[in-house]
Design a protein around this ligand. Structure first.
Ligand SMILES: Nc1ncnc2c1ncn2[C@@H]1O[C@H](COP(=O)(O)OP(=O)(O)OP(=O)(O)O)[C@@H](O)[C@H]1O
Ligand SMILES: [Mg+2]
Length: 271
């Protein structure tokens, strides 16, 4: 299977004050096939969002390459980058921050279509609301009038209106309670089956990744330390850091949780 997204040896430096820089990605390689969900897990600050931003053209790449559907998109700017937005969309953790509170859901969903000159905007908006299982009359309501889970459905619908081939999902369920998380993750899975869209799925939670991803890469301090099929990596991780991550994800049983915590404390920081 040829990759839809192929990232090769990607380095991203953030410029800090006084000419110093911080290397957030240190040569990351990763691929996402058509219709595939690839997870990116790692603790806070490991560089997950930076990789997502680089794919979206929101972080400047120092070296390495990002190929999308056979095209080098590493340094695309201006009109070419805007055209790529039809193919690559994003869903963030916080739909409050990413949805304009002064616009109705109908306006939010229609906006990219109107900009693109689509004439059947109303019909597409209705189709997308249906896809994300929101009532048709949601078009008249404002983001603040929805629950967190429903707002995330709006954000997903907005990502879908341009019929993208890849969606970068950056912690899309992290702000939701566990039950709502499960229904939104199921929605991601259903949408992938229905549309064939690919996901680069960023999460700090191995449990979340296990539910939706086919493959997973584990990031640690700007590098991928382990990758493979989701089952083996999340059940029997090889790298000590992944094992720590696995043990750090909470379980419901307090006795098992205490055991896991002791095991976790017994594992030393990877060098
Ligand atoms: N604009 C920026 N300027 C300077 N440093 C940055 C910038 N954005 C991120 N960083 C740094 O780069 C590193 C990686 O950040 P990134 O946001 O990619 O982490 P993350 O894995 O997404 O973390 P989290 O799970 O908390 O979202 C962090 O050390 C962060 O402080
Ligand atoms: Mg992040």
């Amino acid at each position: 299977m040829s990759a839809l997204l192929a990232i090769d040896d990607l380095v991203v430096d953030y410029r800090l004050r006084r000419r110093s820089r911080f290397r957030a990605l240190k040569g990351v390689s990763l691929s996402v096939g058509p219709g595939e969900c690839v997870g990116l897990v790692g603790e806070s600050g490991s560089g997950k969002s930076t990789l997502g931003k680089a794919v979206l053209g929101l972080a400047t790449v120092t070296s390495g390459q990002i190929m999308f559907d056979g095209q080098d998109v590493t340094h695309l700017r201006g009109a070419a980058r805007r055209r790529l937005a039809n193919d690559i969309q994003v869903v963030f953790q916080d739909p409050y921050g990413s949805l304009d509170p002064t616009m109705t859901v109908g306006e939010i969903l229609a906006e990219p279509l109107v900009v693109a000159g689509v004439t059947q905007a109303k019909a597409v908006v209705a189709e997308m609301l249906d896809r994300v299982r929101l009532a048709a009359d949601s078009v008249h309501r404002y983001p603040s009038e929805f629950s967190g889970g429903q707002r995330q459905r709006v954000a997903i619908a907005r990502a879908l209106v341009r019929r993208p081939r890849l969606i970068v999902c950056d912690e899309p369920v992290s702000a939701l309670d566990l039950t709502t998380q499960a229904t939104i993750l199921d929605l991601f899975i259903d949408l992938q089956r229905e549309t064939g869209v690919s996901y680069l799925f960023v999460s700090h939670d191995l449990g979340v990744v296990r539910r939706v991803c086919h493959r997973v890469s584990v990031m640690y301090q700007g590098e991928i330390v382990e990758s493979g099929a989701t089952g083996p990596v999340t059940r029997e991780p090889v790298h000590p850091y992944t094992r720590r991550l696995l043990l750090a994800s909470p379980v419901a049983d307090p006795v098992r949780q205490a055991e896991r915590r002791n095991t976790w404390l017994g594992l030393r920081e990877p060098a």
